[in-house]
Design a binder for this molecule. Structure first.
Ligand SMILES: [Zn+2]
Length: 316
C-alpha cells in the first residue's frame, strides 16, 4: 500500500493487509495448524457423535469438529480436502444433491482421503413444502450418496431465499428411520460446543444469516423453530473443566482473529468449525467475485432477517 498511507494510518493499513489475505487457502492452513499446535484433535462429525475421535485419542482432549458445507464449487472442497490430508486431519464434507455441488468424481477422491461424506439436504425447499415428496426424494438422494459412501450424518442447507426451512421435514419424519445417526442442528449441544461458521464470509455473521445460527441451548428433535437475531451462544467450557469460563463474548470477524485467539489459548475445548469451501481460494479473480457477491447477498439476507424479526415481533 502507498507509503504515506502506511505512515499516517498504520492501524488501518495493518487491518487492510490482514483482511486482504482472508479466505485464502494459506490462511486456512495456518488456522488448522494453529489448532493442532495448541493440542486440538480434529474429528469428523460422525466420529464425534460415536464418541470415537479419529486416531487413538481420548475424548478428553480439546477437539475441533471440522465441517464443510459444499454449497457449490466442489473442486474447491477437493483442494481443502488435500490440504487437510497433508496436515493429517479428517473432516466432514456435506454435499448438496444439485449439480453445482454434487460431483461424484470429487466425492470419490475425498472419500479416498479418509474424510467423511454427508448429505447437505434441502428437500423441503426443493419440493416447495411438499412433505411427502420431500421425504421420498430425501430417501432417493441418500441412496445415491450411499453408492459412494456409507452416509451416517446429514446437515441442512440453509436455503436463505426460500420460505421453507429444510429442518422442518423432521417435524413429521425421523432421520433415524433412514439410518442417520445425527444432524448438527439437532444433535449437537451448542452449550458445550463452540460454533464457528464462515456463513456470510465472516465469522460473526449471525446478523446476516437467515438460518445458520445456534441458540445457545440444545435443541430437541422436532423443535426447529428459531428466532431471528438469536445470540450465537451462551457457553460453558469443556467437560474436563480445564477452562471453566463463559465464552459468551467470544466473537470473531476475521480468520486471523481466531488464529490469534487459538494461539493465546482462550478458545473453548470443543469447537465446531464450519466452512463453505467456495469462498476459500487463492485465485484472485474468484476471491474478488466471492467478496463482492457475498456482500450483496448479506445485504439481501439482512433485509430478510429484519423482516422476519419484525413479523415475529408483531406476532408477540
Ligand atoms: Zn449450505
Amino acid at each position: 500500500m502507498f507509503f504515506w498511507a502506511r505512515y499516517l494510518f498504520p492501524e488501518i493499513c495493518y487491518l487492510y493487509e490482514k483482511m486482504k489475505r482472508d479466505f485464502i487457502l494459506k490462511q486456512y492452513k495456518i488456522l488448522v495448524k494453529m489448532f493442532q499446535q495448541q493440542g486440538y484433535f480434529f474429528v469428523t462429525f460422525k466420529n464425534y457423535m460415536l464418541g470415537a475421535p479419529d486416531g487413538l485419542h481420548s475424548m478428553r482432549h480439546p477437539l475441533v469438529i471440522l465441517r464443510h458445507d459444499v454449497d457449490r464449487k466442489p473442486e474447491n472442497a477437493l483442494v481443502i480436502a488435500k490440504i487437510e490430508k497433508e496436515v493429517g486431519i479428517r473432516a466432514s464434507y456435506y454435499f448438496r444433491i444439485v449439480k453445482e455441488s454434487y460431483d461424484e468424481d470429487v466425492i470419490r477422491q475425498i472419500v479416498e482421503m479418509g474424510h467423511e461424506i454427508g448429505y447437505h439436504y434441502e428437500n423441503l425447499s426443493l419440493c416447495r413444502g411438499n412433505y411427502e415428496l420431500s421425504i421420498m426424494n430425501f430417501e432417493l438422494d441418500l441412496e445415491k450418496f450411499r453408492k459412494l459412501y456409507p452416509v451416517k450424518t446429514i446437515c441442512m442447507h440453509g436455503s436463505p431465499l426460500s420460505k421453507w426451512d429444510n429442518r422442518d421435514l423432521w417435524k413429521r419424519y425421523d432421520y433415524r428411520d433412514y439410518g442417520i445417526i445425527a444432524e448438527p442442528y439437532f444433535d449437537l449441544d451448542f452449550d458445550e460446543v463452540f460454533y464457528l461458521t464462515d456463513t456470510g464470509r465472516r465469522w460473526d455473521g449471525d446478523s446476516v444469516s437467515v438460518r445458520d445460527k445456534v441458540g445457545g441451548q440444545r435443541r430437541k428433535q422436532g423443535d426447529a423453530s428459531f428466532l431471528p437475531g438469536m445470540n450465537r451462544m451462551g457457553f460453558l467450557a469443556g467437560t474436563d473443566g480445564r477452562k471453566k469460563k463463559e465464552f459468551k463474548d467470544l466473537r470473531f470477524r476475521y480468520t486471523w482473529e481466531i488464529i490469534e485467539a487459538a494461539e493465546r489459548g482462550v478458545l473453548p475445548d470443543k469447537v465446531m468449525i464450519n466452512t463453505h469451501p467456495q469462498r476459500w481460494t487463492d485465485n484472485s479473480l474468484e476471491w474478488m467475485k466471492e467478496l463482492v457477491w457475498q456482500n450483496i447477498k448479506n445485504l439481501a439476507k439482512k433485509f430478510i432477517v429484519s423482516r422476519k424479526g419484525a413479523k415475529a415481533l408483531r406476532r408477540t
